[in-house]
Design a protein around this ligand. Sequence first.
Ligand SMILES: Nc1ncnc2c1ncn2[C@@H]1O[C@H](COP(=O)(O)OP(=O)(O)O)[C@@H](O)[C@H]1O
Ligand SMILES: [Mg+2]
Length: 402
Amino acid sequence: MEDKVDYFGAENPIFADKELLQISHLPRDDARIIGRDDQLQNLGSALRPALTGNTPNNVFIYGKTGTGKSLCSKFITQRVIDRADQNDVNVGFAYVDCLQDPTETQAVQTAAEQLNNSKVTGMTIPETGLATSVFYKRLWKAIDAQYDVAIIILDEVDKLGDDNILMQLSRANESGKLSNAKLATIGISNKIRYKEELTERVKSSLCERDYVFPPYDATQLREILVSRSDAFADGVLDDSVIPRVSALAAREHGDARKAIDILRFAGEIAEDEGDETVRERHVEQAQRREEQNRLSELIAESPVHARYILLALAFRVQQDPDPDAMIPNNDVFGTYRHICEQEGSDPLKERRLRDILSELEFLSIIEQERRGRGRGKGIWNVNRLVDDPELVIEACRIAKDE
Ligand SMILES: Nc1ncnc2c1ncn2[C@@H]1O[C@H](COP(=O)(O)OP(=O)(O)O)[C@@H](O)[C@H]1O
Ligand SMILES: [Mg+2]
């Protein structure tokens, strides 16, 4: 029977292949990876020994979000697997997102599960119920039984509670955990200071090679978006849209994730409104949606005291008649202590608070400047929010409810 009402709307006229705008989409050929030639070359040279079955270097990659760290690591690993295969070298690969698997046990379980083929090893990797040390044993066994070389990517490593797994993986070759196979670990972090938090032993073994991924400029962002524009049906994208999105994403820091998200949201908004063309005004709305999304995500991942600090700054900015007010650290700390009192939580020491502010700056949630009081009177930091205070307060509220 035909429904009288069309519940589903018209056939999707905006998108031809929306998959191209998913963040997890992996471009198939390297022509679609823009502006990362040097980084791919560096990664390639660090992993080159794997092509002949030798021990590749461990790698540590850091840089702001949306600079292509996850993409380039997965891409190069896939290339290693293909090239090694031509030499009859069997390379295994696991990708662990430490945000999803933040404990040592979960992370090692995931790595083992991905690398293990029970038909070959006759061994299973259950979801839970084994001691961490048993998961490790099965991981080593799976690698030794099946591969010449294994590559394990630990993405967002700073989300791990401790660096035990980094210690285990990055030293697996020299500690004799593996009898035949070789292992390389690629650690990825958005936090620039993460390396300083590592113990010396882990630092020296994990960071055999370390690479910084710099932000993209507006031209590179534009190229990245153009290479994804097949996502849209022919003629749907107004000419102004991609330049506008690239300019917006380049303004804060050159974040490709942000650019792709805004472009996808703009398409979705046009679709919801029944428009046949994606226009600049959809981009404006899409930008707000992206900001709200990104902030809520970042804040949800931040420790609770980072949230209090951010709220304190947002309240201060809101109270200030100047919309671009720069708020001194001490004022932020004062309001922060009130918030802690209300929440029944002990305030952190100022040193730790200053660290949190620098982390928030690194995440591009705030901007900081140093001010001097004149000779002999010391210097102090002032802080500004990148987004509207209302947006930040709302995002903190959402994070709290989750
Ligand atoms: N150089 C690039 N060329 C094409 N797409 C890119 C490039 N860099 C990043 N992207 C895309 O932008 C999004 C974010 O990149 P990602 O690798 O997740 O960044 P990071 O891991 O540094 O946060 C992904 O969808 C990715 O495919
Ligand atoms: Mg990433």
